[in-house]
Write a protein that binds this ligand. Structure first.
Ligand SMILES: *[C@@H]1O[C@H](CO)[C@@H](O)[C@H](O)[C@H]1NC(C)=O
Ligand SMILES: *[C@@H]1O[C@H](CO)[C@@H](O)[C@H](O)[C@H]1NC(C)=O
Length: 367
């Protein structure tokens, strides 16, 4: 009997050659059948594939009040060349003139605007509240591809230039456990473009990459400090292409840069315990999930090149040789940043690709 069963299993294995995967997928380009180890999403950027990528079209800087304007797709800010996807930050003033920043008006029609919060669809420039001074790009797979569990690989070169904030990350497809951060956030790689930015003696600029998971019952109960890993290396991440890899199983998430394990976040007894939220006064939104909850639901991939903001660049960091031109509690942070450009503009090496984020490929494999 045993022998017969083994023979049967082998026969099935030969015919189908398929180990079933625990990975689940959704979206317009998600495959309906796949086996463990199969590539289930891939883009090599020989073109911009508008089916794969959704373009953010908003003035909103998110909860960090970032300074960039994501104008949907503008070839000046995103193009494919020689198989690389190039994220190029540009000056709003170069396109519309300096006066536009303090007196211009931008209205993104409601049916095209992708983020209305934080004054995202309509702004009028004034002397204090200038129009977003940098144009850049944020794209994601919210319509084309979501997945839970698997391996995500992004081969990319990070930008250099003061106050640039590139990010390769994921957000929840369906907010099954509620709004941020209840349904989680996974940051595979984010970095500050400054070449010489220090926290004490540690370079927190291009020589440091960060990988973080956000989760919690409320925005001010976020367990990210327990799920945050950084890696410092010389030369910095702007010096060439590196492979950023997320390995996501039903019990843990690992972050890898090339062959270096940057950190493991293990579910253990669950993320409610990890965040020590028992005395938060909130109820556990993940009680009906697995130990990985909220990271047991589908997420989509995001790539963007942000600038500044009032959170990620701490006022306590020391930038060499020029200090940060704004304070995080300034009501005029974008203006202060723009006024200080004689200090930071040279660090962008405009006219070269130094300030660009470049992506060679994005690939997802079923677990
Ligand atoms: C876009 O990518 C999808 C797979 O994700 C592929 O089927 C399609 O052919 C691509 N389109 C172009 C124009 O490259
Ligand atoms: C968990 O499931 C129970 C039973 O279906 C339900 O009453 C409860 O509201 C659920 N809790 C959450 C946080 O979803």
């Amino acid at each position: 009997m045993k022998g017969v069963l083994i023979v049967l299993f082998c026969a099935v294995g030969i015919v189908y050659g398929c180990t079933p995967s625990v990975t689940r997928v959704s979206g317009t380009v998600a495959p309906s059948n796949y086996c463990s180890g199969d590539i289930i999403f891939e883009d090599n950027f020989n073109n911009i594939n508008f089916t794969n990528w959704f373009f953010e079209n908003t003035l909103a800087g998110g909860g960090n009040w970032e300074f960039q304007w994501y104008p949907g797709h503008d070839y000046a800010n995103l193009y494919s060349e020689n198989g690389f996807l190039k994220f190029a930050p540009t000056f709003t003033a170069d396109r519309y003139g300096e006066a536009f920043l303090t007196s211009g008006r931008v209205v993104i029609p409601p049916d095209q605007c992708t983020q209305a919060d934080w004054y995202g669809c309509e702004r009028t420039g004034t002397a204090e509240n200038i129009i977003n001074p940098i144009r850049s790009t944020r794209i994601d797979t919210r319509q084309s591809f979501g997945f839970v569990y698997g391996e995500l690989e992004i081969r990319a070169k990070m930008p250099a230039g003061d106050w640039l904030w590139p990010a390769l990350w994921l957000m929840p497809q369906n907010n099954v456990y509620g709004g941020w951060p209840r349904s989680g956030e996974i940051d595979l790689m984010e970095m500050r473009g400054n070449r010489n930015l220090f926290s004490g003696s540690t370079n927190v600029g291009v020589e440091q990459g960060g990988s973080t998971m956000h989760f919690g019952p409320n925005w001010n109960f976020n367990g990210w400090p327990t799920a945050h890993h950084t890696r410092n290396q010389q030369p910095g991440f702007d010096a060439g292409f590196h492979l950023y890899r997320l390995r996501w199983t039903q019990t843990e998430i690992q972050f890898w840069y090339d062959n270096n394990l940057v950190g493991t976040v293990a579910a253990g007894t669950g993320f409610w315990d990890r965040g020590n939220f028992h005395n938060s006064g909130f109820t556990n939104p993940w009680v009906n999930g697995t130990v990985m909850a909220p990271f047991d639901q589908e997420f989509f991939i995001i790539m963007n090149l942000a600038v500044g903001g009032t959170n990620y660049f701490s006022d306590t960091f020391v930038n060499v040789p020029n200090p940060k031109p704004w304070h995080n509690d300034s009501p005029t942070a974008p203006r202060d940043f723009w006024r200080g450009r004689t200090a930071w503009e040279p660090t962008w090496n405009r006219g070269t690709e130094d300030s660009f984020m470049q992506v060679d490929y994005v690939r997802v494999r079923a677990l």
